[in-house]
Design a protein around this ligand. Structure first.
Ligand code: GLV
Ligand code: MN
Ligand code: MN
Length: 432
């Protein structure tokens, strides 16, 4: 791997060909350092995420940019503005991934931010306000069952018991992983806010679209209007009674798998009805398992574990559906003689993007002769944390094929460069 970036043509002023070469090289290097089976894995507060951060930090240092890690161990790269005390503009995203995921989810936003500050620096442009590129830690819930860890920590949003959450496969807590990465966990577990109230004036995040809409509409870029929130349980246990698969009649069974399937089927039907009423909702049970140690084809399952995630743009819909889920679970318990044990639920609120920045980004798209289109985000992003902390926030989506959270994400580099240009132009002439 070669992180030297002055030695290919296009070079000093980072013209379009040079931006393409640099971005391609960064994506390729990140992929090479994170390969895992068919996809890539960069574990939250783990070695893969840290390696990706150090890689980006190395490039930034080579460019003479200021580099540091904040108290939550997020990577911070800065181009100091003419008024260093004015609230800065953050260009952020994350560098972790789901296990065996794709290379662009998160990394695209960090690389776009990095390209923007390198381009400014090489052109000798000092922006009015400091531009801060942030590679945030732990956006993915896949590793510790909770999302937005690095950004939430900044706003005092992690509780002491969040730090006790176990890793998905290692016998070590989130707090221990964070500490190993240099995070100040005493301050974080005490709910201390790690940034000053007026430190950040705006948060901008470029991200791949993770659904199929932009490909279907033929939009290389789009501007996000708002983000779905979610309510999640990472580990629900259905407890029934194990027994001989041939010997127990139906009326005496307490089959944990059929009870779970019954609950999920009821929820699916409620979901269909709520959609017909025009509500925004998605429902996923991404984990569903009996215990491999004792499950068998010939054994009635006495225990079944599953996760449950609902997402919506409306907090009321999330809460209403959650209460419905709990009452259906009670009903299944009564009818089938099983019990459901719920782990602690997590809630991430939906978020609206800032109207002023949306308009500014749409105008920037027009100025660059790109389609000026808006789109809601079904997926969650750190932008929701910044927006819900009262910071004007906005997102640029880049077209991506084959969805996301799988190894087949496919973003054309030319589409990425369009999105990166929108980001660059937008921060060069910010609306406020
Ligand atoms: C973020 O990766 C999400 O799960 O929406
Ligand atoms: Mn993701
Ligand atoms: Mn992401």
């Amino acid at each position: 791997m070669n992180t030297r970036i002055h030695d290919f043509p296009g070079q000093r002023l980072l013209d379009k060909a040079a931006r393409k070469a640099l971005a391609t090289r960064m994506f390729d290097d990140l992929r090479d350092m994170s390969r895992d089976g068919p996809g890539i894995s960069r574990a939250t507060y783990g070695p893969g995420e840290t390696a990706a951060m150090e890689y980006c930090a190395g490039i930034a240092r080579e460019e003479g940019l200021a580099v540091r890690y904040d108290a939550a161990a997020n990577l911070v790269i800065e181009l100091v503005g003419k008024d260093p005390d004015a609230p800065c503009i953050v260009c952020g995203s994350h560098l972790d991934s789901v296990p065996q995921g794709g290379n662009y989810d998160g990394a695209a936003g960090v690389i776009a931010g990095l390209l923007a500050v390198i381009r400014l620096k090489r052109a000798g442009i000092i922006p009015e306000r400091t531009i801060r590129v942030m590679a945030l830690r732990g956006e993915e819930s896949a590793w510790f069952g909770l999302c937005y860890l690095g950004s939430s920590a900044l706003f005092g949003g992690l509780a002491a018991d969040d730090l006790e959450r176990p890793h998905r496969s290692e016998d070590k807590t989130l707090g221990a992983f964070m500490k190993d990465c240099g995070a100040e966990i005493d301050r974080i577990s005490g709910g201390e806010k790690l940034i000053a109230d007026d430190e950040i004036g705006a948060y901008l995040e470029l991200h791949i679209e993770q659904g199929p809409v932009m490909v279907a509409r033929d939009w290389p870029v789009a501007i996000v209007t708002g983000l779905r929130g979610n309510i999640r349980h990472g580990d629900i246990r259905c407890l029934g009674e194990a027994g001989h698969a041939g010997a127990v009649p139906r009326w005496l069974r307490h089959d944990a798998v059929l009870a779970t399937a019954n609950l999920l089927g009821r929820l699916d039907e409620h979901w269909r009805v709520l959609l017909e009423r025009g509500l925004d909702l998605v429902l996923t049970a991404g984990i569903l398992t009996t215990k491999p140690e004792d499950h068998a084809m010939s054994r009635i399952p006495g225990e079944c574990g599953f996760s449950l995630e609902t997402r919506s743009q409306s907090i009321e819909t999330l809460e209403t559906f959650y209460q419905l889920m709990r009452s259906e679970a009670d009903s299944v318990c009564r009818e089938r003689g099983v019990t459901f044990e719920f782990d602690r639920r997590s809630l991430s609120s939906p978020a609206l993007m800032d109207k002023g920045w949306i308009d500014h980004l749409l105008a920037t798209c027009e100025q660059l002769s790109l389609p000026a289109e808006t789109i809601p985000s079904g997926a969650g992003h750190d932008a929701a944390v910044f927006a819900n902390a009262g910071i004007p926030s906005a997102m640029i989506f880049v077209r991506n094929e084959h969805g996301s959270h799988n190894p087949h994400e496919a973003m054309e580099i030319d589409d990425f460069l369009c999105g990166a240009d929108v980001l660059y132009e937008a921060i060069l002439n910010p609306p406020v």
